[in-house]
Design a protein around this ligand. Structure first.
Ligand code: UDP
Length: 246
């Protein structure tokens, strides 16, 4: 379906995991996006981002705001799937199936610490490389060849939205990694640099509030959430109808 003109796939957790397995079996590159309200607002202003989401293999509904928007527009959606939960589920599959994974993003040392954490949580998981996310244009040839040499099946990229989506779209074909997914600040959380909201807050779709307390500089982005709600409620009726059948 489309919300504010941008694509979201109304998929369940299991359907996403099945798709990921299919992408890996295919051996061809796939861009996995986790779409949230802030991304949809950004895509509304940015045609390049909107186009990237249109061309992605899948756009997973990641936030409670998307769940609310789908239901408001009359499109049934079982639940939302936070990007970090999806990343951890994929890591469990990677552990069971031996799929190699590569981590890129966050401050120097964080991806390395996230790797150690993942090894503890999923013993035997193959993390075949890590790299921080503060590289310059000049560093790209080194980073790209490091990833290509490691031949991962999964590449998790945590550079923040929309930089990671643009980076992935730019290098998807060069890298030829079957599954490349933007993970925002998930490496920070997995590494222990940031903590996650208690599960009650998460279930209530209020993780954003906890993040705001941990990182107050987010207020400007988070203050956009009511704008999203207002825009969805004021979407023309025909667009809601189209959303249901697109
Ligand atoms: N980051 C990065 N390189 C940059 C800018 C940001 O690796 O040039 C990382 C940053 O350290 C953080 C992540 O990108 O780990 C952004 O996390 P955030 O939760 O803000 O992601 P978003 O909510 O934007 O998806």
């Amino acid at each position: 379906m489309h919300i504010l003109g941008t694509r979201i796939d109304t998929v369940t957790h299991n359907q996403v995991l099945e798709s990921i397995e299919r992408y890996i079996q295919s051996g061809t590159p796939h861009h996995v996006v986790t779409g949230n309200t802030l991304m949809l607002l950004e895509a509304e202003k940015d045609p390049t981002l909107r186009q990237i989401l249109e061309s992605a293999a899948i756009v997973v509904p990641e936030s409670s705001g998307i769940l609310w928007a789908c239901r408001t527009m009359g499109v049934p959606l079982e639940d939302f799937l936070p990007g970090i939960d999806l990343m951890l589920s994929i890591c469990r599959v990677a552990q069971q199936r031996g799929y190699p994974a590569f981590l890129v993003g966050s401050a120097p040392g964080v991806a390395e610490r996230a790797k150690s954490e993942l090894l503890q949580r999923y013993p035997g998981i193959r993390i075949v490389g890590t790299h921080h996310g503060y590289f310059k244009e000049n560093d790209l040839p080194h980073l790209l060849s490091k990833i290509k040499l490691a031949k991962p099946s999964l590449l998790f990229v945590g550079l923040g939205m929309p930089a990671q989506e643009k980076w992935i779209a730019r290098f998807l074909q060069t890298l030829q990694v079957p599954v490349v997914m933007g993970v925002g600040g998930s490496l920070d959380v997995i590494s222990g640099k940031l903590s996650r909201a208690p599960s009650l807050l998460r279930k209530a779709g209020m993780e954003w509030l906890y993040r705001l307390v941990q990182e107050p500089w987010r207020w400007r982005r988070i203050s956009q959430l009511p704008v999203f709600a207002w825009k969805v409620l004021n979407e023309p009726k025909e667009s809601a109808h189209a959303a249901r059948y697109s």
